[in-house]
Design a protein around this ligand. Structure first.
Ligand code: PGA
Length: 237
């Protein structure tokens, strides 16, 4: 069971350090849950410092470039992340696809390079509201999922775009259906993402093909993130 908090463009170094220090011992209470936080690039090191060297909470980035170094202004490479102590990265988040021109091809390249370098990769997939209404969910997933490399360190996050930051969570049944379909295309673990909160987390992660959650908004509040991790731990126990 993996619970990852995607902080998006929230929390600079100062806030990240304090927040991470609060989370440091959470894995002792949420046993059998792998807990991850994904701060912005500039706050990665501060989050690691706040957690300290003993904590089992891991720090992932929100994106990574496919080259090791070079003329790629604004990008960060996998070796740079590893040097800090970062253990993984998100790739292909729908906000990157929507606002920054990310494509299935570039997502696959980022994932491959990050895996090759030794990072864990959470690759995001999911349909928009218009695609779901047009009955295209499986067609979209059928395009986004098979391009992802098969690797033991690859984790897929199914995040229906209409459920991200909207408070409109997929029902547990709908999530289960989509996860089962993703798993028919790819052997990796599949997290659910989209308006996960302390109230709905348990019923979502209790679904047989839901292996954890990628949490945005609710991961910014230490009490809510704590509650989600504890709810997830109960479903594993
Ligand atoms: P949300 O975001 O939990 O705020 O809906 C999830 C995500 O975008 O990863």
């Amino acid at each position: 069971m993996l619970i990852a908090g995607n902080w998006k463009m929230h929390k600079g170094a100062h806030e990240a350090r304090a927040f991470a220090a609060r989370l440091r011992h959470l894995p002792d209470r949420a046993t059998d849950v792998d807990i991850v936080v994904c701060p912005p690039f500039v706050a990665l090191e501060a989050a690691l410092q706040g957690l300290g060297s003993e904590s089992r909470v891991q720090v992932y980035a929100q994106n990574v470039h496919w080259e090791l170094e070079g003329a790629f202004t604004g990008e960060v490479s996998a070796p740079m992340l590893l040097e800090l102590g970062v253990k993984g990265t998100i790739v292909g988040h729908s906000e990157r696809r929507q606002f920054f021109g990310e494509t299935d091809g570039s997502v696959a390249r980022r994932a491959e390079a990050a895996l090759e370098a030794g990072l864990v990769v959470i690759a995001c997939v999911g349909e928009t509201e218009a695609e779901r209404e047009a009955g295209e969910t499986e067609a979209v997933l059928g395009r986004q999922v098979p391009v992802l490399p098969e690797h033991e360190r690859l984790v897929i996050a199914y995040e229906p775009v209409w459920a991200i930051g909207t408070g409109k969570t997929a029902s547990p049944e709908l999530a289960q259906q989509a996860h089962a379909f993703v798993k028919s295309l790819h052997p990796s673990r599949v997290l659910y993402g989209g308006s996960v909160n302390p109230e709905n987390a348990a019923s979502l992660v209790a679904q047989p093909d839901v292996d954890g959650a990628l949490v945005g908004g609710a991961s910014l509040d230490p009490t809510a993130f704590d509650a989600i991790c504890l709810a997830a731990a109960k479903t594993v126990a």
